[in-house]
Design a protein around this ligand. Structure first.
Ligand SMILES: Nc1ncnc2c1ncn2[C@@H]1O[C@H](COP(=O)(O)OP(=O)(O)O)[C@@H](O)[C@H]1O
Ligand SMILES: CC(=O)N[C@@H](CCC(=O)OP(=O)(O)O)C(=O)O
Length: 249
């Protein structure tokens, strides 16, 4: 039986068309040998569209405070732009990709983090739709938009969404591709391996900040839930020759 990898493509990489194209080509190779669920963010696309619409946004511990006006723009950027681009790119590389978001098929149910406005934290994954797609040979490409149990749309950090999906599907691997060479220490050198018990210290001493916080927290919960290989890797180097940080028990 093929193993399952959940791969999260960081929005940071959408700024680098060469890296994005390389990723799509390499994913086409990997998808022949493994089942893949692709989850993506799109921070820079969201920022660019918010600027166009003159809507201000701010980040709290790596999560965007999202009011109702910003939410519309977030969905437009994630589902309308980034999801379309990745799905089209995969189809061009002969991969049977299908673009959805976490809200489709009520796949990911969230609890609203009211202090952040229209932001959700995944609390439940309904596997049906994603399973139907993977079993029929499609590769799901999932934008980090989801809904609460009443169907209200919420902005979800893509790292948290990828983690929830990896845990629910008991994935063998969870890989976060980003625009840096893994988790860096204070001298900007890649930390090759991090133990879960050391993660809080790295956050508290501010080695890990901003967008790396939801990623490393996702890694910790995936490792604790039994995902065997959890990695934060250099998205520019790609997924065939993996370079970055492995997170272990
Ligand atoms: N210790 C760290 N090592 C590497 N990157 C870090 C660290 N702390 C904070 N960061 C920041 O996290 C960013 C990656 O997170 P983010 O911008 O959300 O990327 P993505 O869109 O790939 O999820 C890096 O570009 C870097 O600015
Ligand atoms: C709540 C929250 O912060 N949502 C994120 C969703 C996109 C994302 O996670 O994109 P990256 O992969 O670029 O980080 C945001 O609004 O930026």
């Amino acid at each position: 039986m093929k193993t399952l990898s959940v791969i999260k493509f960081g929005g940071s990489l959408t700024k680098n068309p060469a890296a994005q194209n390389k990723f799509l080509k390499e994913l086409a190779v990997v998808a022949k040998k493994e089942n893949i669920i692709l989850v993506h963010g799109g921070g820079p696309e969201i920022n660019a569209l918010l600027e166009k619409f003159e809507i201000k946004s701010k980040f709290v511990n790596g999560l965007r405070y999202t009011d109702a006006a910003a939410l519309e723009v977030v969905e437009l950027a994630l589902s309308g732009k980034v999801n379309r681009a990745l799905t089209t790119g995969l189809i061009k590389n002969k991969v049977n990709a299908v673009g959805i978001s976490g809200k489709d098929g009520a796949s990911v149910i969230c609890k609203q983090k009211k202090e952040l406005g229209c932001v959700g934290e995944p609390v439940k994954v309904n596997k049906k739709l994603i399973e139907v797609l993977t079993k029929a040979g499609f590769l799901p490409v999932i934008a980090s938009i989801a809904a609460d149990k009443a169907g209200n749309i919420l902005n979800v950090n893509a790292d948290s969404l990828a983690t929830a999906i990896a845990v629910a599907f008991k994935a063998h691997r969870l890989i976060f591709l980003t625009d840096v060479a893994g988790v860096l220490d204070k001298n900007k050198k890649t930390i090759k391996q991090i133990k879960v018990k050391n993660i809080n210290a790295l956050i508290n001493d501010k080695t890990i900040t901003g967008g790396m916080i939801p990623k490393i927290k996702g890694c910790a919960s995936a490792v604790k839930s039994g995902v065997k290989e959890v990695l934060i890797i250099d998205g520019v180097k790609g997924i065939l020759k993996i370079q970055g940080t492995i997170i272990k028990k």
